[in-house]
Design a protein around this ligand. Structure first.
Ligand code: ADP
Ligand code: MG
Length: 161
């Protein structure tokens, strides 16, 4: 696991952007964190990194947004889906094993249907000195591909500091 601390939405977006540059079709990124943690902000960065043009908004009501860049990015939000049947009813498998990368908000609600190999990203607000803009982003790779991806991300993160 690798943890980065950010102190603004822009910084969180930058990490997402660095990740977006590394993603290939078939990759799956699970975002985990409370409402307002910064999952959508992170996904905005991923879309930038993939080279998608256009605004990236929360798919809370629409469930899936597709953004086209270097490769397709499927931005999924399962917050409003109550059961695994609901989740499966949106045809999520077609996206998970499709032609693009998937970034999925509230991944912890649907872990059983996600591929074992994936990158999990937990975003937390540490209640530190009441600074509302601090976030701890913990990245856990599952599987060899994502271990390599994390090593590359770390190298990028270190170059930035
Ligand atoms: N370091 C930070 N990283 C990400 N978002 C931050 C940060 N600091 C403040 N914010 C704010 O927190 C909110 C995160 O919202 P959003 O990304 O929609 O959360 P989620 O998708 O997890 O519900 C935004 O209003 C954003 O401006
Ligand atoms: Mg969101």
């Amino acid at each position: 696991m690798f943890t980065v601390t950010t102190s603004s939405p822009e910084e969180t977006r930058k990490i997402g952007e660095a990740l977006g540059r590394l993603l290939a079709p078939g990759d799956v990124v699970g975002l985990i964190g409370d409402l307002g943690a910064g999952k959508t902000v992170f996904a905005q960065g991923v879309a930038l990194g993939i080279g998608a043009k256009g605004r990236v908004t929360s798919p809370t009501f629409t469930l899936i947004h597709e953004h086209m860049g270097r490769i397709p990015l499927y931005h999924v939000d399962v917050y409003r889906l109550r059961t695994l049947d609901d989740v499966e009813s949106i045809g999520i498998e077609d996206y998970l094993y499709g032609d693009g990368a998937v970034v999925l908000e509230w991944a912890d609600q649907v872990l059983s249907i996600l591929p074992e190999d994936r990158l999990d990203i937990v975003i937390e607000r540490p209640d530190r000195d009441g600074d509302d803009n601090v976030r701890e982003i913990s990245i856990s790779p599952h599987g060899e591909r994502y271990q390599h991806m994390l090593e590359e991300l770390k190298a990028i993160a270190c170059r930035r500091d």
